[in-house]
Write a protein that binds this ligand. Sequence first.
Ligand code: FAD
Length: 403
Amino acid sequence: MVVAGGGAAGFFAAIACAEARPGVTVAILERGAQFLGKVRISGGGRCNVTHACFDPRQFTARFPRGERALLSSCQIFQASDTVAWFESRGVKLKTESDGRMFPASDSSETIIDCLMRAARAAGVKLISNCGVDRAVRAAGGGFQLTLSNGETMACDRLLLATGGCRAASGGDLAVSLGHTLVEPVPSLFTFHIETPWVRALAGVSVESVLASVPETKLRERGSLLLTHWGLSGPVILRLSAWGARILHDMNYQFPLRLNWLPGLDAEQIAAELKTRRDTWPARLIVNTPIAPLPSRLWEQLAAAAGIPRQTRLADLSRPAQHALIRQLSRTELAVTGKSMNKDEFVTCGGVKLGEVDFKTMQSRVCPGLHFAGELLDIDGITGGFNFQAAWTTGFIAGRAMAA
Ligand SMILES: Cc1cc2nc3c(=O)[nH]c(=O)nc-3n(C[C@H](O)[C@H](O)[C@H](O)COP(=O)(O)OP(=O)(O)OC[C@H]3O[C@@H](n4cnc5c(N)ncnc54)[C@H](O)[C@@H]3O)c2cc1C
């Protein structure tokens, strides 16, 4: 058995295969010098292993692509199985308030050590600096591989776990064996905004904002972070995931609408302003933010509404109040580009799901060929969902290869 790709999915598959069928030769061929490179840098070096959501239906609803296919796999191996898998090998996971699960050590090295140890204990051969460049079906079954070091190798079953297919490699192998690729584009990115007042607020965060893209169905609510290049935070990452393809087609240039007070409608904001005017007529508007908006953001929104700094609440004219309410409930900003999120980014697109049997991760086109991980057209929002897709598909592929 050969596993092409020494990432999360490849390791889980190789270990599952070797543990299920002791004595069988299982080799991981990794193109790079290091195994598990993305696990190392993941989650800011902490590795967000999975998400504490143990209902497969609710879990897979967090996947803009691949929800249905992954549901059948998660019924076999889901987040609670991942927790048990690591715990049974001595790695305790902890859950943060937002549901993200990390090793209790807060270090991705703990996960790497565990996977390396489990692979070695199961007898998996670990070969680095050895990419699979070509794979052809052999006449009598199995595959003949051409490796990046010039050697060749034969195997009965081949697993492609080569990661997101924006860098050709694994995608090309899949196509050469008869598969179709759904065009890869990035997911989980942040937005560039050039509006000076936004950049001036770098570091400010807002707990709950409703963000939407006019003339699309894209709409997300959650916390927002203003940065020196524009906007980030969970609400933006989720919008980028659900809108990965639409926003790509817009060349990442589109209007973004923000409702800074999604809990209040225009009338309720007007009532809030009236109460303030009645209570503190002499106070300056810039000094009386509506909770929970940070005061620096409030000041900028008032300025963006054209309200001079020295305006007292008593002097707020009707048109100025109207402009302020509009800023608070529908600020429109021009997005001019994207940046990859340093904590997590993934590929939307990859091997077409209809061509794979998700109960075995075996190709429906090429017998003996399996797939796992990000190479597939599956991607989730941020929060540990993408690694879980790798663990789930890897485990199932490995078990099926051993059968
Ligand atoms: C910065 C960053 C942080 C992230 N953090 C998180 C997180 O905290 N939680 C989360 O859920 N997700 C996270 N992700 C996403 C997650 O890392 C991926 O979804 C996951 O690694 C996919 O696993 P994989 O095994 O399919 O692919 P990969 O981890 O990409 O592994 C594929 C491997 O295959 C090798 N390879 C490629 N082509 C060949 C070939 N032809 N022959 C042999 N080897 C080959 C590559 O070198 C690579 O080592 C993060 C992603 C990034 C970029």
